[in-house]
Unconditional design. Structure first.
Length: 406
């Protein structure tokens, strides 16, 4: 089997060898320049590209590879690569997620058009110019949300609460391919797992702590798995099954990451769903608590290899992302003193680096997975860990940047 892997992650975050080791395929890995040398130690046929996210020559190169010697499968794991991966599969008649399916999960307007008669959605409108936005505001009023139709990590998401916010947004200019939605009051949940052929192979509902936009207020983003006794556990699983069953999906299993609002009126309203593994420490927390590496399983599925979605553990856990401040990170104590921190990801190149706060919900200086007996205990442990990190990291704070930002 000849497999092309389109990769944006570092070798620390994804283990393609583990996912495919029992098949021993020929792997050609295409990645960012900065990851090329590390991946070459694993896959000799690794090619690095500059400007990887926007570099369309990557797909011309895949076409050339296929012309020389047919490719059997194309693997893509990053949100920003899924549509183009689907398009090149279509062009080369390679099995896997096609462009129609990828767009249905990637384009939030297309997604909600497909789901609006299936599940409750916010009021929404495609926005390509100022008149579109004026029309939405006139009909729906404040507050509302403006965001890119194809964004990720909450980048570019703005909550418009009043005339001042509206004027500020207009002065920056309205970008095409945006979307306006009514603002939904309530807590946000996410559901992560594996799906195929109308069935949930694995589904893990969790609640966000502080919410996905917490980074805009320099707060940490965290999440805690729901206990099975929670009244929303089965409701969220049933809802995500209904959503997935009404979107175009490939013949193989897919990983999914769905987000829902739960309102004070006890309604479940969809925010969005993606056909890939969730960000943050979602895959790591599921592996530590349930014993399933959903990223590896999704890679195997894309290769047409049989997967094993059966949990081998039944623990409760959560994760927390520690956001950067505005300033230079001088030092960070990596010796975490808590045995309930069962996994961590600390970027080695952050020491000495200048930050201007967070630009997305997954920007971090460190991320951790935490285990506990129940929601209350895990929440306390998250707070304890966050305070410890605050006391054990040293920042050179740029007061001028803080004043400017505020």
């Amino acid at each position: 089997m000849r497999v092309v892997v389109i990769n944006q992650f570092s070798p620390q975050r994804v283990d393609y060898l583990k996912a495919m080791e029992d098949q021993n395929p020929e792997v050609i890995l295409l990645t960012r320049n900065k990851h090329e040398e590390k991946f070459k130690k694993i896959f000799p046929k690794t090619i690095g590209f500059e400007n990887f996210e926007d570099n369309d020559y990557v797909y011309s190169y895949i076409n050339d590879l296929h012309t020389e010697n047919p490719i059997d499968r194309i693997v893509a794991t990053h949100e920003f690569d899924l549509v183009k991966a689907g398009q090149i599969r279509d062009f080369l008649s390679i099995p896997g997620q096609n462009s129609e399916s990828a767009i249905a999960f990637r384009d939030k307007y297309v997604m909600k058009e497909l789901l609006k008669n299936v599940i409750k959605t916010p009021k929404f409108k495609k926005v390509n110019n100022v008149v579109d936005l004026l029309n939405f505001k006139q009909i729906n009023g404040y507050p509302f949300v403006l965001k890119p139709v194809d964004g990720a990590g909450s980048v570019g998401v703005k909550v418009i609460k009043d005339n001042l916010d509206f004027e500020t947004i207009l002065k920056k200019g309205i970008k095409e391919n945006s979307m306006a939605e009514s603002f939904i009051e309530g807590e946000m949940y996410h559901v992560d797992g594996l799906f195929t052929d109308g069935k949930l192979l694995l589904s893990c509902p969790s609640i966000y702590i502080n919410g996905c936009l917490a980074f805009q207020e320099e707060k940490y983003v965290a999440s805690i798995m729901l206990e099975k006794e929670n009244s929303l556990f089965e409701r969220l699983n049933d809802t995500v099954l209904k959503v997935l069953s009404n979107l175009p999906t490939p013949e193989h299993a897919i990983a999914f990451h769905a987000e829902f609002f739960h309102t004070p009126e006890n309604e479940i309203i969809i925010c969005e769903i993606a056909s890939r593994v969730g960000g943050g420490m979602i895959p790591e927390s599921i592996e530590k608590c349930l014993g399933i590496d959903i990223l590896s399983e999704s890679i195997r599925a894309q290769c047409g290899i049989k997967i094993n979605p059966i949990p081998s553990k039944e623990k409760l856990g959560g994760w927390v992302i520690i956001p950067p401040k505005r300033g230079r990170l001088i030092s960070f104590n990596r010796n975490i003193p808590f045995n309930w921190v069962v996994d961590s990801y600390i970027k080695e190149d952050n020491i000495g680096k200048e930050f201007e706060g967070s630009n997305s919900s997954v920007d971090s200086i460190a991320s951790f997975v935490i285990e506990g007996e129940n929601h209350t205990q895990i929440l306390k442990r998250i707070d304890t860990l966050f305070k410890w990190v605050e006391e054990n990291s040293i920042w050179e704070i740029d007061r001028e940047k803080i004043t400017t930002a505020n």
